[in-house]
Design a protein around this ligand. Structure first.
Ligand code: SF4
Length: 332
């Protein structure tokens, strides 16, 4: 089992040593998933948030100045139809953290599950909620949930999110106990963050027993208190992805669009470093322009973009490994 020091050493690698790290990570990905990259179809369903994260343009203090929206049940169902038509069976709904999303998402899920004839994974990223709300969402058909710890350093977490790490981990435990497949992860390049802290992010995710893990480079977004800072280091982020693959070979690890925001071929490099998830965006254009997660000029992966990139890398787009007809027996 890899320890903190070994992970720190991996995070520092560059040049030929970094290539070797990536090759090892790809080998592990191939062993568990062969050349399958799971495609997720995401719809961003609301851009208001009760939390005030320092790095996020959708933070509470910006609500007054942002053009806000919350999708209704009909929009969710229409998006799921578009996702189904494109051959993807991971329906992913994501929003800022507000209580109203529980009702709108939960109400739409039975129709969506029926639409796919059960051959679907419903993945949510709606933030901290009460255990009873998670329980209801699970009963309505939700399969999986992303709840990133962002940083495992409790002080930094409090400074960046104005929330306790403990409250986040409690939600993660609730979700795991309720049978969700759970995703976590962190941001690389937060002010004051150390390599030790990033290594502990990976160890925390492993120790929590989660199923998916992602790392994104910090993006200094406009209209945030951190707008003036330098972006997170892409190489360290890629090394964190590769180290994650070696720590837990069976994790789903996305190559996130923020990698492409900070470096032109960043997302491609994510797959070279062992990632195996691609998120394709199905948010209606009117809402997508208002979903300001990295500011207005974010890079959005639209249907059609992904297959070319994957083919170039000898990878193939795949369906859910957690649910539906092509789930892997060891994951279902
Ligand atoms: S990162 Fe998430 S929880 Fe934090 S302010 Fe943005 S939407 Fe809200």
């Amino acid at each position: 089992m890899l320890d903190e020091h070994e992970i720190i050493d991996m995070l520092k690698l560059r040049g030929k040593d970094q290539e070797e790290l990536f090759a090892k990570a790809r080998k592990e990905r191939q062993r568990v998933f062969e050349n399958r990259v799971v495609l997720r179809g995401v719809t961003e369903i609301g851009n208001t948030c009760r939390v005030n994260c320092e790095f996020c343009p959708m933070r509470r203090e910006n609500t007054r100045d942002n053009a806000t929206f919350l999708a209704d049940e009909k929009t969710l169902i229409e998006s799921a139809e578009d996702i189904k038509d494109s051959g993807i069976n991971v329906v992913f709904f994501q929003a800022g953290e507000i209580p109203q999303t529980t009702r709108v998402v939960g109400s739409a899920l039975p129709t969506i599950t029926k639409m796919f004839d059960g051959d679907v994974e419903i993945l949510l990223n709606l933030g901290n909620k009460k255990r009873s709300e998670y329980e209801w969402l699970r009963e309505q058909g939700a399969t999986s949930y992303i709840i990133k710890h962002e940083t495992s350093d409790p002080d930094l977490n409090l400074r960046m999110r104005h929330e306790t790490l403990e409250s986040r981990l409690k939600c993660m435990s609730d979700l795991l106990e309720l049978g969700f497949k759970v995703g976590s992860g962190g941001i690389i390049g937060l002010p004051g963050q150390t390599l030790e802290s990033i290594a502990r992010d990976i160890i925390l995710a492993r120790d929590m027993g989660i199923h998916m893990c992602s790392f994104s480079p910090f993006v200094p977004a406009p209209e945030t208190p951190l707008a003036h800072l330098a972006p997170g280091d892409v190489d360290t982020t890629l090394n964190a992805l590769a180290a994650s693959r070696l720590v837990s070979p069976d994790w789903l690890i996305p190559s996130v669009s923020a990698l492409a925001k900070n470096r032109k071929d960043g997302q491609k490099s994510g797959y070279l470093a062992g990632a195996n998830v691609m998120t394709v965006n199905f948010t209606p254009k009117r809402d997508s322009e208002r979903y300001l997660i990295y500011g207005k000029n974010r890079f959005v992966v639209r249907p059609g973009y992904g297959s070319g990139l994957l083919a170039e890398l000898g990878l193939v787009p795949g369906r859910s490994v957690f649910a539906g007809k092509e789930a892997l027996p060891e994951f279902a």
